[in-house]
Design a protein around this ligand. Structure first.
Ligand code: FAD
Length: 319
């Protein structure tokens, strides 16, 4: 069976959910192999989890400084691995880094690249989400090995039937001059306040312009904490300085697909929907009965969020 390379996203020694989703998707096309970039010793502890989701091999592209040079060295290593193993396809997460690596590798190898893929068939035909989720397109790469960036939360990650402990193969990593033109000088960790990561959370409570101020966002946080969820925000809320930009949900923010999405004071513009419309259950609180978010919501509450949310918090406190 042809190999399918999956570029692993990981953090704090854990494999991220989008990687498990990609491994699940990769099994539709061939036999997944995981490619791990990181400092020496990163890949081996991840191998068991990767094997559980079907990775038959793990390629370890490890170098003490690889995380210090943005994506260029990663693109170089991946392009050379693709040339060597000739996989049926290469999957990367559709985040900022995955898209940049895919673009660079596609140029290096003169291959086609598909972005924002939500499904891929055995023959490489992919489903792409375009125009902020308004249109679904079916496409296929016609030149070279297809590279696909996979939209987080598009598939439910499922462990493989026959999970094995995959062997770890070291890949040579050199930081060539051309790959090191840009160096990371500082990393600032995202302040999560002990909450789950937004794009991986099973509950997300988001606030919009209707929340009114940065101070009032404490109400959004309180409900999120009662539900064990992450906090999100609309672009109007982040642009107004109510909440930091890294929590923005939508076309130009993060894509979430939790079990429960609570939209507080959010109108439901198409660009916001693009980041949350695949949530399993959507609850909206909005004082305007005509707000477009109600077209999408499973449960809509027409009311003032400052009256509704404290009542919800009080009820949850009783449990
Ligand atoms: P508004 O549209 O102003 O809605 C506020 C809502 O709050 C209203 O429906 C109002 O009835 C309700 N409300 C007010 N007070 C209360 C109250 N006390 N109780 C209950 N309800 C109340 N937007 C995103 O969110 N994410 C994106 O990634 C994104 N990307 C974009 C990209 C582009 C290229 C463009 C052009 C726009 C983008 N936008 C994005 C902006 C988007 O078009 C909307 O402007 C934005 O989503 C509106 O945010 P909002 O719903 O919070 O604000």
């Amino acid at each position: 069976m042809a190999e399918v390379l999956v570029v692993v996203e990981h953090g704090d020694g854990q494999v991220k959910k989008v990687t498990l989703e990609m491994l699940t998707l990769a099994r539709e096309v061939g036999e997944p192999s995981a490619v791990v970039f990181g400092a020496p010793g990163t890949a081996a502890p991840l191998a068991e989890k990767l094997g559980e989701y079907g990775a038959a091999k793990v390629y370890a592209a490890e170098h003490a400084e690889i995380d210090g040079y943005l994506v260029a060295p990663k693109a170089t290593v991946l392009a050379s691995l693709i040339g060597e193993v000739q996989p049926a396809a290469v999957l990367l997460g559709a985040g900022q880094e995955g898209k940049e690596i895919a673009g660079r590798v596609a140029v290096k190898l003169d291959n086609g690249v598909l972005t924002d893929v939500s499904a891929i068939a055995a023959d490489g035909t992919a489903t792409q989400v375009v125009f902020a989720g308004a249109t679904i397109v079916t496409s296929k790469v016609t030149r070279g090995i297809p590279l696909a960036t996979v939209r987080p939360n598009s598939v439910t990650p499922a462990p493989a039937d026959a999970a094995a402990s995959p062997p770890v193969t070291e890949l040579p990593v050199t930081l060539a001059d051309s790959a090191t033109l840009v160096k990371v000088v500082e990393r600032v960790a995202e302040a999560k306040g002990g909450r789950p990561e937004l794009s991986e959370a099973s509950v997300v409570v988001s606030g919009g312009r209707g929340v009114g101020s940065a101070e009032n966002f404490s109400l959004v946080e309180e409900l999120a904490d009662r539900l064990g969820g992450a906090v999100g925000a609309s672009r109007a809320a982040t642009d107004s300085g109510f909440y930091p930009h890294q929590y923005q949900v939508g076309q130009t923010g993060k894509t979430v697909s939790p079990q429960l999405y609570v939209a507080l004071g959010i109108s439901g513009a198409i660009q916001h929907r693009a980041g949350m419309q695949t949530s399993k259950t959507i609850i909206a609180v909005n004082k305007d009965p005509e707000a477009p978010i109600f077209e999408l919501a499973d449960l809509g509450i027409v009311g003032d969020l400052f009256a509704v949310v404290p009542q919800a918090v009080t009820e949850l406190q009783k449990r």
